[in-house]
Design a protein around this ligand. Structure first.
Ligand SMILES: NC(=O)c1ccc[n+]([C@@H]2O[C@H](COP(=O)([O-])OP(=O)(O)OC[C@H]3O[C@@H](n4cnc5c(N)ncnc54)[C@H](OP(=O)(O)O)[C@@H]3O)[C@@H](O)[C@H]2O)c1
Length: 280
């Protein structure tokens, strides 16, 4: 399948490329091109991809809060451009979205048919991207929401270990809850999904959920730093530019109905540490 990946230099884009190449998808050479620029429409469509996996995004949640116009331009209008290109060349599209489309005031993990209600500019811009993609592509669109990615780059596990080494103790919030998700597991789920040709909204994260505090405890344990003390704090004690949805884990119902399920987050995190042994 002729496949184009936007954001291929990002942590998820790298994992998607690796997995799809291993599964004999034909990955088109597409250099980084600004998704905000409408000229990207012919640049994509004239390559005649059959599938576009749209990973490019402004992903810094606090950065989005500081510059909501940029967030909207990249995440919403950029997605509109990519969807427009897919419409022109009749390509299927996978749009990677986020648990932050929800407000985090639920008492259970969010299902695919729960109503989005974002509370920060990152979440609003990604939700608008979902709506714009759906407006263009009445057929052929997979919206894949995920959460708390790690697997390539300086993400939560690396930040926790670096902070443990620098400060010798940590303060981590107990009232922000989500699903830590390994990019390689997500990429495998996306590869399985596109083979089903069953379009719609999917929640793909590693199974189970935890607080940031519990996540940090597991990272320290796997990283051999379980002697480093962690003090539990609340979001109210942790000042940052963006609001965060406090309880926003996702539940995978639609994917499970197709037989696509991701392993528990603790197993995935252990596998990640195993793969990185010696250099995390
Ligand atoms: N990270 C998470 O925890 C998380 C959670 C839920 C959902 N997601 C979603 O998952 C997707 C992938 O995230 P990620 O963690 O892989 O992000 P990432 O590592 O920050 O990668 C983002 C990619 O997008 C590219 N990009 C940014 N602005 C662009 C623009 N204007 N035009 C073209 N390319 C642009 C970046 O290229 P440059 O580096 O060259 O700018 C990079 O290749 C995103 O859609 C994100 O919203 C992420």
């Amino acid at each position: 399948m002729r496949t184009l990946i936007t954001g291929v230099t990002g942590q998820l884009g790298q994992a998607i490329k690796q997995v799809l190449e291993e599964q004999d998808f034909d990955i088109l050479d597409f250099p980084r091109y600004n998704v905000q620029d409408h000229a990207i429409v012919p640049k994509i469509s004239e390559l005649y991809p059959e599938l576009v996996v749209h990973c490019a995004a402004m992903t810094n949640v606090d950065g989005c809060a500081k510059d909501p116009d940029a967030a909207f331009s990249i995440n919403a209008f950029g997605t509109q451009n990519v969807a427009h290109a897919c419409l022109r060349c009749n390509a299927e599209m996978v749009y990677i979205s986020t648990n932050e489309v929800f407000n985090g005031r639920s008492d259970r993990p969010y299902r695919e048919d729960d109503k989005p209600n974002p509370i920060n500019p990152y979440g609003s811009s990604k939700r608008s991207g979902e709506q714009m993609a759906a407006h263009y592509l009445k057929n052929g669109l997979y919206i894949v929401r995920t959460a708390w990615l790690y697997g390539g780059g300086h993400m939560f596990p690396e930040k926790i270990l670096a902070a443990a080494d620098k400060f010798g103790e940590l303060r981590v919030v107990t009232d922000e809850v989500g699903n830590p998700t390994y990019t390689l597991d997500l990429a495998l789920a996306v590869a399985a999904l596109v083979r089903t040709r069953t379009y719609g909204i999917y929640h793909f994260t590693n199974a189970g959920y935890c607080s940031r505090y519990e996540y940090a405890q597991e990272v320290l344990r796997l990283g051999g730093r379980d002697d480093v003390p962690i003090r539990p704090i609340t979001l109210a004690e942790y000042s940052r530019p963006s609001a965060v949805p406090p309880f926003a884990p996702l539940a995978n119902s639609a994917g499970a109905a197709l037989g696509i399920e991701l392993r528990p987050w603790q197993e995935a995190l252990a596998a990640y540490f195993e793969s990185k042994r010696g250099d995390v």
